[in-house]
Write a protein that binds this ligand. Structure first.
Ligand SMILES: O=P(O)(O)OC[C@H]1O[C@H](O)[C@H](O)[C@@H](O)[C@@H]1O
Length: 282
């Protein structure tokens, strides 16, 4: 179980189904133990580390080599990339932005018999007047809403992603409804795969014509990922060679990233406007 694996100790109970827990280094997590799901969210990055629906199995891959250290993104789960995806836009920001390594605040939890929700927010001095909120709602599925609100007097532009790592077996993996055409970030060229998705060694693709939902299956298990507020779906797996160069990827054969992403042009929010990037896992 994830609490034992990460050596987490309960600090306090927040409501019927939500507990604050922490590791030896003092990193804070929220543990959800509800009839609909068990889940773990790190305060750093509002990073969903584990999600097990009930009934069901663990859905998210977490690297055995992930460092749970302040300021270093967790490898696995659902990193929040914001306010930039990859190296798009403002070069003064870290790759994938700062949301995944910043400390968020717990705003509220809401638990009933049929659902549990938890909301965290990030107020960063780097983006004054911009409120970033992540709402996790556990019912028969999991809904992640990443909401950007512009409370400043100027326009605000951002890209980003809900960069989910799903457990799979890359040899048997199939992903449905991605569309044939994609931008290959490795060759920097548009490519077409008419026979359906097939994972190659290293895979880093931006799908622009994906359906709103993708079925990820590997024979024994399948998941549906629903996207909204995005302009693309990114599919990433480092393959053997690159995985060997990344110090915190324990086994590249066990996961696929399917990311609800904004990569094509930044979302531009006028003052008082808001945007919701949403991923539903069922
Ligand atoms: O290693 P990270 O900074 O977490 O990035 C991991 C990966 O994220 C995305 O999927 C990008 O498309 C990849 O180019 C990148 O390598």
């Amino acid at each position: 179980m994830i609490l034992e694996k990460l050596k987490l100790k309960v600090v306090k109970q927040i409501d019927n189904a939500v507990f604050e827990v922490s590791n030896a280094e003092g990193m804070v997590f929220y543990w959800i133990d509800h009839p609909k799901a068990k889940a773990l969210i790190a305060q750093q990055g509002a990073h969903l580390v584990s999600y097990r629906p009930n009934p069901g199995e663990e859905t998210l891959w977490l690297s055995d080599d992930s460092l749970f250290t302040k300021g270093k993104a967790i490898r696995g789960g659902v990193p929040i990339c914001w306010p930039r995806f990859g190296n798009l836009g403002d070069d003064s920001l870290p790759k994938h932005g700062f949301a995944r390594t910043s400390l968020w605040s717990l705003d509220e939890t809401n638990t009933s018999e049929d659902s549990c929700s938890i909301r965290l927010s990030l107020n960063q001095s780097a983006t004054p007047g911009i409120a970033l909120t992540c709402l996790f709602t556990f019912t028969d599925n999991l809904c992640l809403d990443l909401i950007t609100e512009n409370n400043s007097d100027d326009n605000f532009e951002f890209t980003g992603a809900l960069h989910s790592y799903f457990i799979t077996d890359v040899k048997k993996l199939h992903i449905g409804s991605l569309g044939a055409q994609y931008f290959d970030a490795l060759t920097q060229k548009v490519a077409v795969e008419s026979a359906g998705f097939k994972l190659s060694e290293e895979t880093d693709r931006i799908y622009l014509q994906s359906a709103d939902s993708n079925l990820i299956s590997n024979g024994e298990r399948s998941l549906t990922i629903h996207h909204s507020g995005n302009d693309s779906v990114v599919v990433w797996n480092p393959g053997e060679q690159l995985a060997n160069q990344i110090d915190d990827v324990s086994d590249y054969r066990q996961f696929i990233c399917v990311e609800t992403a904004i990569t094509q042009s930044p979302v531009c929010l006028a003052p008082k406007q808001s945007h919701c990037l949403q991923q539903i896992i069922s």
